[in-house]
Design a protein around this ligand. Structure first.
Ligand code: NAP
Length: 273
């Protein structure tokens, strides 16, 4: 039996175990997916222990996504983003990947959103970095707005330096309405709206030509998504990004095409409980 898992602290209410185990069951794969919660200062040590114990793969979440960089061989995407959320132990040293980047692209593509033109990204934390590299990597011009403007400007410089087709620029949150006027895609990657009825995006900037993805998935229908729907925009909830980052990890670990519908059903059922 293969053992996969999630490394984080806390990991108590993670949606990943039911989502991945639904995939193993559907494909008749002999595997389990469990959670590991080491002390916050021991993330890199936990990766070494997992390798020693024969764990096949780990997802990584807060607060360890940066800490584990030293314990793995990061691929180019993870190294540029500066965060690892998926570890593959099939090699020595294990390799580190960032499937949040592919997750946002696949979530938008699933909904028929074309990834050309202009994107506005709100947030420049861990998720924001993954989204910025992903959308610019698809060739989009990405305007990044963040509460701490310097982080948006620094991220834009990192992106512009490393992507071939796309580009990025950094902005303050009060520029959002202007930035959105000729945008095609909006992604919220701040934690605003998580377990609260607030949005980081002013309603007057939203319009019917936008596709809006909110990385926040608790609640599933955030204030931003309600405002976007009211403005006639297409909406994509955060569970789609969560699903596809998991699908990417599943496919890397098992070598099988993921049973996306079964994993999505399990994820949506868990979100309702
Ligand atoms: P993080 O690294 O802590 O970054 C938090 C971001 O939110 C920063 O840009 C921060 O701005 C901004 N922010 C926080 N409070 C704010 C406020 N009151 N007003 C304006 N901006 C505020 O967190 P993260 O890991 O990027 O996660 C961000 C969100 O994405 C979380 O809700 C997380 O659950 C979600 N997420 C979802 C997925 C998915 O698969 N759907 C994957 C990853 C993360 P400053 O830089 O100014 O502090």
């Amino acid at each position: 039996m293969d053992v996969y898992g999630l490394l984080g602290n806390p990991v108590g209410h993670s949606l990943s175990p039911p989502m991945h185990e639904a995939g193993y069951e559907k494909l008749d794969i002999d595997a389990r997916y469990v959670t590991f919660e080491p002390p916050v200062e021991r993330g890199a040590d936990a990766v070494e222990s997992a390798a020693m114990l024969g764990v096949s793969g780990l997802n990584v979440t807060i607060p360890f996504k940066q800490d584990v960089l030293d314990a793995v061989e990061p691929d180019d995407t993870a190294a540029r983003i500066g965060a690892v959320n998926t570890i593959d132990f099939s090699t020595d040293p294990p390799t580190g990947h960032n499937t949040d980047a592919a997750g946002v692209v696949r979530a938008l593509e699933h909904h028929g959103v074309s990834l050309d033109g202009r994107a506005v990204l709100v947030g420049a934390g861990g998720a924001g970095r993954a989204v910025a590299f992903a959308l610019a990597g698809e060739g989009m011009a990405v305007d990044i707005a963040n509460r701490t403007v310097e982080k948006a400007v620094d991220l834009a410089a990192d992106v512009t330096e490393s992507v071939v087709d796309g580009s990025a620029s950094g902005h303050a949150l009060d520029e959002l309405s202007d930035l959105l006027a000729d945008a095609d895609v909006l992604v919220n990657a701040t934690s605003v709206g998580m377990e609260e009825d607030r949005s980081a995006v002013p309603r007057d900037g939203l319009h019917a030509d936008l596709a809006v993805l909110d990385a926040v998935y608790s609640p599933i229908e955030t204030r931003l998504l309600r405002d976007a729907a009211d403005a006639g925009a297409r909406t994509v909830d955060g569970a789609w990004m969560l699903l596809y980052q998991g699908v990417e990890a599943f496919e890397r670990w098992t070598g099988h095409r993921a049973p996306v519908a079964a994993m999505n059903d399990a994820l949506r059922s868990s979100l309702e409980t």
